[in-house]
Design a protein around this ligand. Sequence first.
Ligand code: SAM
Length: 379
Amino acid sequence: MNPYKEIIIELESELDLKGKKALQELNAFFNPKDFNVSLNDKTLLIKIHSLDFQLFSLIKNTIETDSELEPENILNKIEKSIDGIKSYGIKSGKRFYVDYNIERKVKNRKEKEGRRGKYYYAQNNTFTKENNEIPEQFENQIICGDSLFELQKLPNNCIDLVFTSPPYNFGLEYEDSDDDHNWDVYFKKLFRILDECIRVLKYGGRLIINVQPLFSDYIPSHHLISQHCIKRKMIWKGEVLWEKNNYNCKYTAWGSWKSPSSPYLKYTWEFVEIFCKGELKKTGEKDNIDISADEFKEWVVAKWSIAPEKKMKKYDHPAMFPENLVERVLKLFSYKDDIILDPFNGAGTTTAVSAKLGRRFLGMDISEQYCKTARDRLE
Ligand SMILES: C[S@@+](CC[C@H](N)C(=O)[O-])C[C@H]1O[C@@H](n2cnc3c(N)ncnc32)[C@H](O)[C@@H]1O
C-alpha cells in the first residue's frame, strides 16, 4: 500500500530559482517520511503521510516566495491543495492522510443496519405519505400572530422545510411576548407548536431547530426538544454544532473559582438539530439544487464556524441568527422553489434568505414590530 497521499500540481510555467529555494526551505522543516514536495519540470508532486497543518501554515508565512515566473505564490497553491483534502484522521494535532480509517471500517454495514433496526424509534409511524400544495394565500407571507393558532390554519403535509429558532426562555426583552415562563409551561407550549410543525411538514420534509440551551438553569433544551421529536417518531438526521467563537461572551461567572466543587462551564456554540418526517431522503428536481461542490464538502462537516449576527441593533431584535447560518441550512437541506416555514420568524432572517435563494416562504411571529421588519427586509 502506498504510504502517502499524493497530490500533483501542474504549473503553468517553470519555477524560477526563488520558487525552487522556497520549496527546499519548506522540505527542510519536515521529516521527509511525513511530508515532502518534489519538482519535475513543471510538475509538483506532494507526498503526505501526516502533517501538522497549523504548523505548515505558520512556516509557509515565514518563507520568502513571490517567484516571478509562477504568478500565484507557489506555497499558497500547495497549502490550498492540501487543505482541499477533507478525509484525514487527527492524532496529537497532526492530520493523518493514510491508514487513518482502517480500524474504524465496519464489515457488512448494510446487513448489520438491517438486523439492528435503523432509526428503530421512528418505525411504525402513522404519517400519511400524501403531500399537499400550500394554499396560495399562505405563500410568501409574513403572518403576525401566535404560531400555535396560525399553524392550525394550514393543511397537513404542505411544507418542505421548517427552520426556526424558538424563544429560549432566557428572559429576553422581546416585543409582545414573555420570555420568562416556568420551564414546564414553556416546554408544554413549545411542544404543541412543534407538533403543529410536524403535522404541516410534507412526508420527507425536514424540521431543523436552532437551540441554545440555558446552561445556568441546567436545562438541556436541545436534548429535551430532540427527545420530544423522537417521541413523535421523527428521524434524527443529525446535529450541527454552530461555533460562534464568541469567547468574550458575557459569562463572567466561574461557579466555584479554582475549585472542583462546582465549576461553571462556558459555551461559545449553539446546536442545530435536524429531523426528517417519514424518510431521510427528500426528492426534488436536479435543476433545483444550488449547492456547489465546495460548499457541500465543507458543510457536511457538522461543525460550522459562523460569527453571531451583527445587525441586531439595526433590526431592533435581541436574538437573531445570522443569514449565513440560514443559507447553509437551506442549500444543504432544501431545493429551490421549496416551501420554507419559520414559526418564530423574528426579524425575518429565514424569510429574507429564502427569498434571496429562490425558495417560497411563510414566516410567523407574535410581534407586529418584528413582522414589519421582516416584511421590510423582503423589499
Ligand atoms: C429567537 S427569536 C427568532 C429570531 C429569528 N430567528 C431572527 O433571526 O430574527 C424568537 C421569536 O419568537 C417570537 N415568538 C415568541 N412566542 C411566539 C409565538 N407563540 N408565536 C409566534 N412567535 C413567537 C418572538 O417574538 C421572537 O421574535
